[in-house]
Design a protein around this ligand. Structure first.
Ligand SMILES: Cc1cc2nc3c(=O)[nH]c(=O)nc-3n(C[C@H](O)[C@H](O)[C@H](O)COP(=O)(O)OP(=O)(O)OC[C@H]3O[C@@H](n4cnc5c(N)ncnc54)[C@H](O)[C@@H]3O)c2cc1C
Length: 444
């Protein structure tokens, strides 16, 4: 990859000057080697150094910090764990669903507090989150989710009727919304790069353009191979998210799935007069294949979701999907006809990590000296930051309320391989599409 090519991966990656650091050029001995310079790896490095400032910690990133999902996402700091509360309850039961939501609340608060404490320059705003109902079926679905949340004793989630929602954001398609003031929005690439600004003075070594090609063991250490040197470490952290299947021990724990985004030019005052949205909440709808949308610091409208792209084998170059980009532009104009003439300036995509049961997983990768984390299923901005802290406890072998949570060291359901994997994906996606079409057939 040429020096500045990473900037083509998202609009966010063009919003700040960034000079990538040096690659690893010789053998290296450290206490903890972290593979992957996304939020998971960055947060793990921070929490390790905070707990034990003397630790020698190095991050190896195959491209640049923030190259993966962390530099390309919607920037929602939100509480959703996995797909929905309902899906989590079916898979894990009510007590674990409650525990997962409490973990996510902690994650959202941690990220907000870290941004404030460490002065992470990422255009952070705290306007809350709306999950809007755009058909009667989605209205019923959201009301059922809120009822489940309340039965589980979860607080801070409310229903807004259409007229209350209209006073916030106006679309003829809206029939009400889930309202959750706890959540925020941010610029994710700026966040990732601000992490580098914080970590290097703490003594974390960050090597960019340094892919880890193989991991082995030798002399009681973990050995990480890179093109120009070997890293010998007491412990390693695999913070490789949607790329995790490249490592044999994680191969069947997740698959990469791409979600796509379009971005408009800045909205004008006339646009805001028509659609409201002065309070700038992050918004999702209730589809299985959600739309997510928000305003940027300079008032562009970002909309992502609608459909996903898949890969075969190890091809990770699925960022662009013209049909989905076109569909998103159409959906946005349908939702807000006042924006029918708006110009679209950017489009991009990025991979999320999807376990077969759509829930995150982290823990020891067989041996206690290798820790992994993956499976945020498109909702990992907050989660990865708290997971970084949890990972630091796993690395330091310190039991805590974080390491005791049920999805740490859980058994994951292995993805089938080859044609069986294709069939499983086709069945799952087919059911999601079918259900969305059914729900949209009831449009008022
Ligand atoms: C388009 C999009 C929109 C999203 N929107 C939201 C949202 O609004 N809110 C939300 O909560 N979540 C969202 N997500 C999910 C969220 O971005 C991710 O869950 C989160 O960023 C994952 O962080 P990570 O550090 O685990 O992984 P990543 O950021 O993907 O980092 C993994 C890193 O590992 C590196 N790597 C891989 N293999 C190797 C190797 N062998 N050697 C060295 N380095 C390697 C990669 O280059 C990459 O930089 C979205 C994701 C996408 C793609």
């Amino acid at each position: 990859m040429k020096q500045e090519d990473f900037r083509e991966k998202s609009y966010w990656l063009t919003t700040r000057d960034y000079r990538p650091g040096k690659p690893l050029e010789a053998d290296l001995d450290v206490d903890v080697a972290i593979v992957g310079g996304g939020f998971t790896g960055l947060s793990a490095a921070y929490h390790l150094k905070k707990a034990e400032p003397g630790l020698r910690v190095a991050i190896m990133e195959s491209q640049v910090v923030g190259f993966g999902a962390s530099g390309r996402n919607g920037g929602f700091n939100m509480t959703l764990f996995g797909l929905t509360l309902g899906v989590t309850a079916i898979r894990f039961g009510k007590a674990k669903t409650r525990a997962s939501h409490h973990y996510m609340e902690k994650a959202v608060d941690l990220l907000r507090d870290l941004v404030a404490e460490l002065n992470l320059d990422c255009d952070y705003e705290h306007p809350g989150f709306l999950r809007v109902a755009t058909t009667r079926t989605y209205r019923r679905r959201i009301l059922e989710e809120i009822e489940l949340a309340h039965r589980l004793g979860l607080e801070g989630i409310h229903w807004l009727e259409k007229d209350q929602l209209d006073r916030q954001v106006k679309s003829d398609m809206y029939l009400g919304a889930w309202w959750e003031p706890r959540c925020g929005i941010l610029n994710p690439a700026k966040l990732a790069w601000s992490w580098r600004d914080v970590l290097e003075p703490m003594g974390v070594q960050i090597y960019e353009n340094t892919p880890v090609t193989e991991i082995g063991q030798g002399g009681g250490k973990v050995i990480l191979h890179t093109p120009a040197g070997r890293v010998r470490a007491e412990k390693a952290v695999l913070a490789t998210n949607a790329w995790s299947h490249f490592f044999p021990r994680l191969r069947r724990k997740q698959i990469p799935v791409w979600t796509h985004i379009v971005l408009t030019e800045p909205l004008s005052e006339t646009h805001f007069k028509k659609i409201g949205w002065r309070n700038r909440q992050g918004i999702e709808d209730a589809r299985n294949l959600v739309h997510y949308y928000r305003l940027t610091a300079d008032n562009r409208l970002l909309m992502g979701g609608r459909d996903v792209s898949l890969t075969r084998g190890f091809d990770m170059d699925k960022d662009r999907n013209e049909a989905t980009f076109e569909g998103l532009r159409k959906d946005l104009r349908e939702l807000f006809p006042a924006l029918k003439d708006i110009r679209f300036t950017h489009q991009w995509g990025g991979p999320v990590s999807v376990p077969l049961d759509m829930a995150p997983a982290l823990g020891y990768a067989g041996d206690r000296n290798i820790v992994y984390s993956l499976g945020c299923v498109g909702h990992g901005v907050s989660l990865t930051h708290l997971n970084g802290k949890t990972i630091s406890h796993l690395v330091l072998e310190k039991q805590s309320d974080l390491t005791d949570v049920f999805f740490v060291n859980r058994r994951t359901i292995p993805w089938p391989q080859g044609l069986l994997q294709d069939a499983a994906i086709k069945a799952i996606l087919g059911a999601m599409h079918w259900d969305d079409r059914r729900a949209e057939g009831t449009k008022p």
